[in-house]
Design a protein around this ligand. Structure first.
Ligand SMILES: Nc1ncnc2c1ncn2[C@@H]1O[C@H](COP(=O)(O)OP(=O)(O)OP(=O)(O)O)[C@@H](O)[C@H]1O
Length: 229
């Protein structure tokens, strides 16, 4: 596998009767799902139903005890772990910012990205305007001891990283924090741009996100209880 950009079309992600537990208790039970290329799937269900675990299985933080996760027909267990990670972007709630400039924090998505590429990703993720208001713009230090960013701004930085990475699969854990309407609209726009042409699976906390999904998967105690067509 090369590190070159993979064509976005042609990937699909399948859970084939996946069972998994962190211990003897099964957290995901016989789950089968199909996420076609270019589709946006919202994952909903009560707390503890296994939503985060589904995302962790896709990123191979863990492997199923039964069944398999297939990417374009290949069991992800058989794939080179680095090749898999290159294909997956994670946009999580608790974004970690390094003690570095904001530009380098976005560059995490693609090592060696030019300033122009960083700025382009930042614009698409609705970050550019707030970055330009920081004391030293893209050179402002963030993270511990640096400028502090709001939860919504941090999540947009995470989206900018993912846009720069340009991976075909996006795992999204939407922020639960209540955001002001401007922040919320900006995040929505950033997500809309990120998801185009990719396989996106989102733990959706906002009704708007659920409504805009191509499919909604309802989990309850590790079982898929509803998967409308
Ligand atoms: N690292 C872990 N070790 C042991 N058990 C875990 C671990 N992570 C999660 N669990 C358990 O697995 C179950 C599913 O957890 P998971 O985080 O996937 O649910 P969730 O639907 O994402 O929940 P929430 O909406 O609260 O984030 C829960 O019972 C949880 O306690």
């Amino acid at each position: 596998m090369s590190g070159e950009k993979q064509p976005l079309a042609g990937h699909d992600l399948v859970f084939d009767k996946v069972t998994f537990g962190y211990n003897e208790h099964a957290v995901i039970q016989q789950a089968s799902l199909s996420l076609p290329s270019g589709s946006f799937t919202a994952l909903v269900g009560p707390s503890g139903s296994g939503k985060s675990t589904v995302l962790r299985l896709i990123a191979r933080f863990y492997d199923p005890s039964e069944g398999q996760v297939l990417l374009s027909g290949e069991n992800i267990r058989e794939m080179n772990p680095e090749a898999l990670l290159r294909k997956v972007s994670m946009v999580f709630q608790d974004v970690y910012l390094f003690q570095d400039t904001i530009a380098n924090n976005i560059r995490v998505g693609k090592a060696g990205a030019t300033q122009r590429e960083v700025e382009q990703a930042a614009r698409q993720a609705c970050c550019h305007d707030f970055i330009m208001r920081l004391p030293q713009g893209y050179d402002t230090l963030v993270g511990e001891g640096g400028s502090t960013l709001s939860g919504g701004e941090k999540q947009r930085i995470s989206i900018a990283r993912a846009i720069l990475k340009d991976a075909p699969i996006v795992l999204l854990d939407e922020a639960t924090a209540s955001l002001d309407p401007k922040n919320e609209a900006d995040i929505q726009q950033a997500i809309d741009r990120l998801i185009q042409g990719r396989i996106v699976i989102a733990i959706a906390h906002r009704l708007k996100t659920v409504m805009s999904a191509d499919q909604i998967i309802v989990l309850d105690q590790g079982r898929i209880v509803e998967q409308p067509a």
